[in-house]
Design a protein around this ligand. Structure first.
Ligand code: NAD
Length: 403
C-alpha cells in the first residue's frame, strides 16, 4: 500500500484523486494540504500549509496552483519525498526549479496525466513526419468554463511534439482575430474554447490539399487524470532521484507486452569454426536453400576458432546438416538439438528498461529450467528451452512480466 500526500486535496482533482485512492487497497491517503483546509470533512488530516505536515506519506501528488510550488518542492527535498506535479500553468522558473530538485529527489511532471493524451503526443509527431510541410497544422483545445490558463498545457505540449518533427522550426500563432494576413506554412495555429463542464478535448488537424487528417482525444471525466497520477505514484515510489514524465511511465508499462512461443524448433551449434568468413559462407549456403535461421550467436574468437549457434524450424534440421556438409564448412563438431521450443518476450519499451534479461533468465532458472540459448535485441529477448519444459517456462515468464 502506498501512502499519499495530496496537495490541493479540496480541489476538483484533489477530491477525485482522494476518492479513487481510498476506494481500493493499493493506496492510502496519509494527509492532504489545501489553502482552505476546512472546506470538506475527510478521513485523513488536512493542513493549511505543506510546512505543517509530518513525513508520514511516501509520495506527494500536487494538483493545486503554480504559486504553491516553491514551498512544496522545498518540503519534498527536506523530507526526501518523491513529488508528482500535475498542476499546469507552470512558468519557466517553475520548470527550472523542478529540474534542479530532480538532482536530489525523484520528480514526475506531466501537464496531462492521461494515458490516451500521452499516446497521441507520439501519434502527432509521427503524422507530422509523414505529412511534412504540405499540410497546415492547427490545434484546437476545449475545456470547462472554470479553467484559468489558456491555451492548455496539453495543447502546447502537442504543438511541441508536432514541432519536434520540424526541428523546432514552426512558429506558434494563438488565435487569428487580430491578424489580417494569410497563414504561412511555418505556423502552427493554437486555439482555445471555454464552456460549460467540458472535461477536456484536444484536436490536431493536419489540413492538406483536398484532405484533412485529424488526431483527437476526448476526456470524458477527471478520473482519467487521477488514474494517471496514481499510476505515476506507483511508478515513482521506488525510483532514484531524477526527472520523469509520462513517457517514462508508458515505456516501463510497455517494456514487455507479449510472449510468444515457437514450437518444433532445432538448435544448431558448430564448434571450432574458423574465425573469418566461414560463418558468412554458412549463412549464404542456408539462404540459398531458403532455410530461415534465427537467434544467431557467436563467441569471440579463441585461438582463431569460434562457436556459432542458431535456431531453425525442426523440419529444416536434416536439410541444414546436409547443406553445412555440402558447403564444406570446416567445423570440428556439429550438435543439433531437435527437441526445443523458443520463447520470446517482446515490448517497444524494452530498449529503455534495465533488468529485463535478468527477469527473463531468473524466472526460468528459479523453476529449474535450463536455458539452451539466449539472444537479445532492443525490443525482444528469446530463449530456447527443452520442449518438455514448454508449459512451465511459459507460466514462469507470464508471471514474471505480468502478462
Ligand atoms: N496534469 C493533469 O493531468 C491535470 C488534470 C486536471 C487538472 N490539472 C491541473 O491541476 C490543477 C488543479 O486543478 P483543479 O481542477 O483541481 O483546480 P481547483 O481550483 O478545483 O483546485 C485547486 C485546489 O488547490 C488549492 N490551493 C490553491 N492554492 C494552494 C496553495 N498555495 N496550497 C495548497 N493548496 C492550494 C485550492 O484551494 C483548491 O482546493 C490545475 O492547475 C489544473 O490545470 C492537471
Amino acid at each position: 500500500m502506498i501512502k499519499l500526500l495530496i496537495h490541493g486535496c479540496h480541489g476538483k482533482m484533489g477530491r477525485t484523486l482522494s476518492q479513487m485512492a481510498l476506494s481500493g487497497d493499493a493506496f492510502a491517503v496519509a494527509a492532504g494540504v489545501d489553502k482552505f483546509p476546512d472546506t470538506y470533512k475527510t478521513p485523513f488530516p488536512v493542513y493549511g500549509h505543506i510546512g505543517d505536515c509530518d513525513g508520514q506519506a511516501e509520495v506527494v501528488i500536487d494538483f493545486s496552483r503554480p504559486e504553491a510550488l516553491p514551498p512544496l518542492v522545498d518540503w519534498c527535498r527536506r523530507m526526501k519525498k518523491p513529488l508528482i506535479v500535475a498542476t499546469t500553468g507552470l512558468t519557466q522558473s517553475d520548470h527550472a526549479l523542478l529540474r534542479e530538485a530532480s538532482g536530489t529527489i525523484p520528480i514526475f511532471q506531466a501537464a496531462n496525466m492521461s494515458l490516451g493524451v500521452n499516446l497521441i503526443m507520439d501519434l502527432v509527431a509521427q503524422a507530422a513526419c509523414v505529412l511534412g510541410d504540405h499540410f497546415d497544422i492547427e490545434i484546437l483545445e476545449m475545456h470547462h468554463n472554470q479553467k484559468i490558463d489558456a491555451p492548455s498545457g496539453t495543447a502546447l505540449a502537442l504543438a511541441d511534439s508536432v514541432n519536434s518533427a520540424f526541428s523546432g522550426d514552426k512558429r506558434y500563432v494563438y488565435g487569428r482575430c487580430s491578424r489580417t494576413q494569410r497563414r504561412d506554412s511555418a505556423e502552427i495555429g493554437i486555439h482555445a474554447i471555454r464552456g460549460g463542464t467540458l472535461v477536456g478535448e484536444h484536436q490536431v488537424h493536419f489540413i492538406g490539399t483536398d484532405e484533412v487528417v485529424e488526431i483527437a482525444h476526448r476526456a470524458q471525466s477527471k478520473r482519467i487524470f487521477a488514474q494517471g497520477a496514481l499510476e505515476a505514484a506507483a511508478f515513482i515510489k521506488s525510483k532514484s532521484a531524477g526527472f520523469y514524465t509520462m513517457k517514462d511511465l508508458m515505456l516501463e508499462h510497455s517494456a514487455v507486452t507479449q510472449l510468444y512461443i515457437e514450437e518444433e524448433q532445432a538448435l544448431v551449434t558448430l564448434h571450432g569454426l574458423p574465425a573469418g568468413d566461414a560463418a558468412a559462407n554458412l549463412f549464404v549456403a542456408l539462404a540459398r536453400e531458403k532455410i530461415n535461421i534465427d537467434m544467431i550467436s557467436q563467441t569471440a574468437p579463441d585461438g582463431g576458432r569460434v562457436v556459432l549457434s542458431f535456431t531453425l524450424p525442426l523440419r529444416d534440421a536434416d536439410r541444414s546438416e546436409q547443406v553445412i556438409g555440402q558447403a564444406g564448412i570446416p567445423s570440428s563438431r556439429i550438435d543439433i538439438r531437435r527437441d526445443i521450443v523458443k520463447l520470446t518476450v517482446e515490448g517497444p519499451g524494452m530498449a529503455r528498461q534495465t533488468g529485463v534479461a535478468s527477469r527473463f533468465a531468473s524466472a526460468l532458472t528459479r523453476c529449474g529450467i535450463g536455458i539452451e540459448a539466449i539472444t537479445t535485441s532492443e525490443t525482444k529477448i528469446s530463449g530456447c528451452v527443452d520442449a518438455s519444459c514448454r508449459d512451465s517456462a511459459a507460466n514462469a515468464l507470464t508471471e514474471a512480466f505480468g502478462l
